[in-house]
Ligand binder design. Sequence first.
Ligand SMILES: Nc1ncnc2c1ncn2[C@@H]1O[C@H](COP(=O)(O)OP(=O)(O)OP(=O)(O)O)[C@@H](O)[C@H]1O
Ligand SMILES: Cc1ncc(COP(=O)(O)O)c(N)n1
Length: 527
Amino acid sequence: MTSETHINPWPDSSQRRIPRVLSIAGSDPSGGAGIQADLKSIAANGGYGMAVITALTAQNTQGVRSVHVPPVAFLQEQLAAVAEDIVIDAVKIGMLGDAAVINTVARWVERTRPAVVVLDPVMVASSGDRLLAADAEQALQRLLRHADLVTPNLPELAVLLGQAPAESWEEALAQGKRLAIGSDIRVLVKGGHLHSPDCPDALVAPDGSVYEIIAARVQTRNTHGTGCSLSAGLATVQPQLGDWPAALRRVKSWLSGALEHADELQVGSGHGPVHHFHALFSTRAPEGNEFSSQLWLDSAAVRTAISGLEFIQRLRDGSLAKKDFAYYLAQDALYLNGYSRVLARASALAPTEAEQLFWATASRQCLEVEAQLHRNWLGAQASPAMPGPVTKAYVDHLLAAGSGGSYGEVVAAVLPCYWLYADIGAALHRQFLIDFPDDDGGKDGADGGAGSHPYSAWLLTYADEAFAAAAGEAIAITDAAARNASPADRERMRRAFGESAKYELAFFDAPRLYAQNTHPPRRLPER
Ligand SMILES: Nc1ncnc2c1ncn2[C@@H]1O[C@H](COP(=O)(O)OP(=O)(O)OP(=O)(O)O)[C@@H](O)[C@H]1O
Ligand SMILES: Cc1ncc(COP(=O)(O)O)c(N)n1
């Protein structure tokens, strides 16, 4: 099998969850730059990292003592060994050392044509030591045209253009455009070397268009390997998102965090490394309700989207089609059945008897509400309703959390159904009382008869104080679980909550997409 067989394995539009990323770069034994930084950056950004070593350096945080470039025949062997066995989703190229190495890598890239190539044209270390032979700068031009993205710092940008280094961001952008248009490549202009209060970066496309992003400059001397880490991170995130600006936003925000936590590492007495795994090691557990506050902030966009849904707007003003409401109720009953099982699982995992009882009661109440839905309306259906695609996916997600997840994950996964539902319910109820002050709902609204609002009885159920109290308790339990969870488990809790929140949104929107003409509800159920 040739190496070519393994490259570019999927169409441009598809995205890769765990991209396999190859760094072709030099070794920094102090661990802050080169392949060591690349592997950490790739892992921290969700990829699987591999490394083909172009050169060995003897360096630390104070500077580079010497450089050893192994024979290129051995470089070729490394490249072949990896490519002939492993699908490579993206390549990051860093330190190359000399012209022979550049030409070897260029030939390999020309032959194998990896799907994503990020070239960090490393020439001089931040310590001022040369990492590329002076006579090799010309050879780099050959590699440029094979790169999807080139990430020079300001001195490197100047060398690639044969000009003096830019001294302002405007000059840097002008140089970036010159390189991008002149060489028909995408260039990332980096502002790390500017003497400015912030650190702007800009993606310049081959047509000269610019996408700029600005981050605050972190006050730290520990910036060793930022360029390596940024380029390896971009090579990792681009296959996941398929979009350069989005990849830059994600990686730049991660890098800012890595710089902010760099001083915690206490590595060396010179320019130390950045903290690639700051998110994993941020060990301080939340003390009060910080975790749920964060979840609430995280879900702001979803909550706004729910309030803006046609289903919610029409439920509010009473213009919702009966078939949509009927679909919603039928799916709610099916959902509650699955939800009840997951609540029972939370009860089984609960660390205290009080929490065990809370979830067990909730699980039982779910079945009672489901039975009410059947009694009041679903019994009139000729055939049993099938779960729609959203109901199925949402319940599957909850069951998956219930079967493999920790207690924290389970409670975080079930929380949006309490919290987001109570939130939207309270808002609808408030608005209903303002818009329809005379509607008593229970008597005349249920069958769309005499009342001015056909769903008044349903909207009045949103005032249920017991449900609001249960939501409050579920939030407190989630905070307690987060306090006892590891950082990695907390991250999984956040993800589980976020997924469920998105399903809440999809659930309210599902009637618009999937409701068929079915019998209208016989009378309105209570939740
Ligand atoms: N102190 C800082 N605070 C915030 N961001 C920074 C800081 N220093 C560098 N950066 C960012 O780090 C990335 C690398 O920038 P830089 O221009 O320093 O490249 P580089 O010289 O190739 O990196 P290095 O040689 O340090 O590995 C850019 O996104 C830049 O904006
Ligand atoms: C092996 C290797 N590759 C790249 C760099 C550049 O990183 P920095 O500019 O932060 O020194 C380095 N110092 N060593």
